[in-house]
Design a protein around this ligand. Structure first.
Ligand SMILES: Nc1ncnc2c1ncn2[C@@H]1O[C@H](COP(=O)(O)OP(=O)(O)OP(=O)(O)O)[C@@H](O)[C@H]1O
Length: 281
């Protein structure tokens, strides 16, 4: 879990920096403007070894290749909306979420977030497996910018919601992935975030937990919180979201009504991208 304080901007080449909300930007919870993110990865897995470098000095220039994960993504998200993010494996969904969370600075472009962010990007991110669930709740709260007193006030609610029984005092490395998910979801949703980022978290729990998660998200929606929800489960996107963006190879392919966007996305997957041009979908 990570947190940004009110109205922060993440821009190319630097970390989160304070920026006052001004002008039309104030009506948006999140503005992503022409964001590009490029990862640099070793071309050859052996390239990091000293032996490789000493024996192939001439190959140095080619040691890394670039992966363009986001290519000019622009998205404006209104306060209180629930934005579903869909796309095939490798489309750039998690990269976008990490960038909005302020964990990954864009290579170019700008992201503006108005409000406090809470993230549930991958199950257990930010948790220390050697510590108990109880201790991790405190850590998660501190990471989200709460005081110890605020955390103490919320602890019982979080523990009740996660419903882990005696496991709350066991080291988290003894948890099943569903138990991890329950606690991670409980912590991030009880931090009263203005903007909540959820990446596939709902898929880890059982049917009862999923229903509870839906209800919690609906509650946050009714409080006009803004939510980003990345999921491969189209039914989940249709049930929970009022807006949807489809990413494809790092670009926004379509944006709008969740029913229409997910229908086009499914059709695209079925037909295959060679047979479909952008205007058709
Ligand atoms: N840490 C990283 N280092 C290098 N390349 C990365 C890294 N993370 C992601 N990528 C690459 O960036 C592209 C986008 O990945 P990303 O994880 O954002 O996609 P995704 O839509 O979330 O995929 P999935 O549905 O499989 O989770 C992919 O080509 C992936 O291989």
């Amino acid at each position: 879990m990570s947190s940004l304080s009110a109205s922060e901007t993440v821009a190319a080449g630097r970390g989160p920096a304070a920026s006052p909300p001004s002008g039309p930007g104030e009506s948006w919870a999140v503005q992503v403007r022409d964001v590009h993110i490029t990862y640099r990865v070793p071309r050859d897995p052996r390239a990091n070894t000293l032996r490789y470098r000493l024996t192939r000095p001439s190959a140095r220039r080619d040691l890394v290749r670039e992966v363009k994960a986001l290519r000019g993504v622009s998205i404006e998200v209104a306060h209180g909306s629930v934005l579903g993010v869909v796309g095939a494996n490798g489309a750039g969904k998690s990269t976008l979420m990490r960038a909005v969370a302020g964990i990954l600075p864009p290579s170019s472009g700008e992201i503006e977030v108005h409000g406090r962010i809470s993230t549930l990007l991958a199950l257990g991110v930010g948790f220390n497996g050697n510590l108990s669930g109880r201790e991790n709740v405190v850590l998660g709260g501190l990471a989200a910018g709460l005081s110890r007193r605020q955390i103490a006030e919320r602890y019982q609610q979080i523990a009740d919601w996660a419903d882990l029984g005696d496991f709350i005092d066991m080291p988290m490395k003894t948890y099943s992935s569903g138990m991890y998910g329950r606690l991670a979801f409980a912590v991030s949703t009880h931090m009263e975030p203005d903007v909540l980022l959820i990446d596939e978290a709902l898929s880890a729990g059982d049917a009862k937990f999923k229903r509870k998660s839906y209800d919690k998200i609906q509650e946050l929606v009714s409080q006009a919180r803004t939510i980003f929800l990345v999921s491969h489960a189209v039914a989940t996107i249709r049930e929970l979201c009022d807006d949807c963006v489809w990413l494809h190879q790092g670009r926004v392919m379509m944006r709008g009504d969740p029913e229409e966007v997910t229908a086009a996305y499914i059709r695209f997957q079925e037909v295959g991208e060679d047979a479909v041009v952008l205007e058709d979908v």
